[in-house]
Design a protein around this ligand. Structure first.
Ligand code: C5P
Length: 237
């Protein structure tokens, strides 16, 4: 089973080299968390980084946020499955045809990656969203993109934990919520806008928490991961 409620942490490997990533990975444990490979590491090191980190036993969320014509996204999703990724994402704003193509890519696979749609990036504020042409409140856009993702066959969405109170009653128990923008009490938001603490994300129903700097810049990454795992056991949905 891919969904492990006792292992909700996805650590973002936002490093520019595989070497740096491997050094960091020595300080964490694939039994306790998943990892995320995003644009920085993938562009620098390519598929070999996915293969190498997979071989160490880590489940990999390939965070390339595909957004293109349906045929291209379908092919990219299949390529990510061939690489052995555990989770893959696409921009929900790519539209129904693109989302259905992504979902169709996995329809006949025996052990497909989880497919999640990015709603509105946690770095966006209400004002920034309007500036790029979205109409209506940010939360309404997150809600619409969540319903679009679910009705297009995706397994879940990426959103801010702050929006879960609104979303989880709409989608049922099987739909996944992946929440970046997580910060421990008192930490800097950096470039994120809609942040939550791990405790409040879990209480609000997050299935997976994406943490980058909070863990990778910590002097004791493993104890932070274990703390969140313990919180999760005590906060089952
Ligand atoms: O360091 P921090 O915890 O802010 O890192 C968040 C990670 O999650 C980054 O790798 C970022 O690309 C990713 N992410 C995000 N918002 C999304 C999707 C992914 O911040 N909606």
């Amino acid at each position: 089973m891919k969904i492990n409620k006792n292992k909700p942490v996805i650590v973002a490997l936002d490093f520019s080299s595989l070497k740096e990533s491997l050094i960091f990975l020595e300080s964490i444990d694939p039994e306790l968390c998943q990892v995320k490979i995003g644009k920085q590491l993938f562009v620098s090191e390519g598929p070999q980084a996915v293969k190498k980190i997979n071989s160490l036993g880590f489940n990999i969320f390939l965070d390339l946020k595909f957004h293109d014509i349906p045929n291209t996204v379908e092919a990219a999703c299949l390529a990510a499955a061939d690489l052995g990724c555990w989770m893959v994402n696409v921009h929900a704003s790519g539209g129904r045809a693109m989302l259905e193509a992504a979902s169709n890519a996995y329809a006949n696979l025996r052990n497909p990656p989880l497919l999640v749609g990015v709603t509105v990036l946690t770095s966006f504020s209400e004002q920034q969203l309007q500036e790029v042409g979205y109409v209506g409140a940010l939360e309404d856009n997150v809600r619409k993109l969540t319903i679009l993702s679910q009705t297009s066959g995706l397994d879940g969405v990426v959103c801010s934990a702050r929006e879960l109170g609104l979303l989880s009653p709409l989608t049922g128990n099987q739909f996944l919520f992946v929440t970046p923008g997580v910060r421990f009490e008192g930490e800097s938001k950096n470039d994120q806008n809609r942040v939550s603490t791990p405790e409040s994300a879990l209480k609000n129903g997050a299935d997976y928490l994406v943490l980058g700097r909070s863990i990778s810049a910590s002097s004791d990454p493993l104890s932070r991961i274990s703390l969140i795992n313990d919180l999760s056991i005590n906060t089952q949905r």
